[in-house]
Design a protein. Structure first.
Lengths: 110, 113
């Protein structure tokens, strides 16, 4: 059963804390993406990776970091430098022109 | 600079009727357009796409129309069903952008019984 998984579904962050969101895919896709969605807005690109060991900043990369050590995995770290981290985070992988999404992680600040 | 615009935040349609969702874009370099459906607290689900070399693409109840001269595309859902109630996003990509997608803000579709 191929797909994209994200964990956890809900994540709570304390002030000054870094948190890492997991994204795994078994679709054998090379490219992976991280988006952020805020209420009433479209998706905004945080980081993307076209291939293992390579990634590029998207439109709103400040306060975030990523790694791409394996084809299947593209974790996103929300650092303490991200001053407004509360949002719904979506991971996607791409086949040709189409991106396919995981179920999302909602990050809340305590 | 909002390159992809969905000007209707919401749309209400009677069950069984046609739903028409609209999307406008400003960048003539976009060559591929996609529609996604999203339920609350879930990831978007890919619905249908269209290349700029076509003006229509159909998949079951869903049809996407592209008018390049007007920089406008629309998604038609016929007949509309209660399960179609969701937020619909339009997205566009350029060939020189590593397939990055530019997203509209979404239109919330409500199907009334």
């Amino acid at each position: 059963d191929g797909g994209i998984t994200q964990s956890p579904k809900y994540l709570f962050r304390k002030e000054g804390q870094n948190v890492t969101l997991s994204c795994e895919q078994n679709l054998n896709h090379d490219a992976m993406y991280w988006y952020r969605q805020d209420p009433g807005q479209g998706l905004r690109l945080i980081y993307y990776s076209q291939i293992v060991n390579d990634f590029q900043k998207g439109d709103i990369a400040e306060g975030y970091s990523v790694s791409r050590e394996k084809k299947e995995s593209f974790p996103l770290t929300v650092t303490s430098a991200q001053k407004n981290p509360t949002a719904f985070y979506l991971c996607a992988s791409r086949q040709e022109e189409t991106q396919y999404f995981g179920p999302g992680t909602r990050l809340l600040v305590l | 600079d909002q390159q992809v615009k969905q000007n209707s935040p919401s749309l209400s349609v009677q069950e069984g009727r046609i739903s028409i969702l609209n999307c406008d874009y400003t960048n003539s370099m976009f060559d591929y357009f996609l529609w996604y459906k999203k339920y609350p607290a879930e990831g978007p689900t890919f619905l249908i796409s269209i290349s700029s070399i076509k003006d229509k693409n159909e998949d079951g109840r869903f049809t996407v129309f592209l008018n390049k001269s007007a920089k406008h595309l629309s998604l038609h859902i016929v007949p509309s069903q209660p399960g179609d109630s969701a937020v619909y996003f339009c997205a566009a990509s350029r060939p020189d952008s590593n397939y990055q997608l530019i997203w509209g803000a979404g239109t919330k579709l409500i199907i009334k019984p």
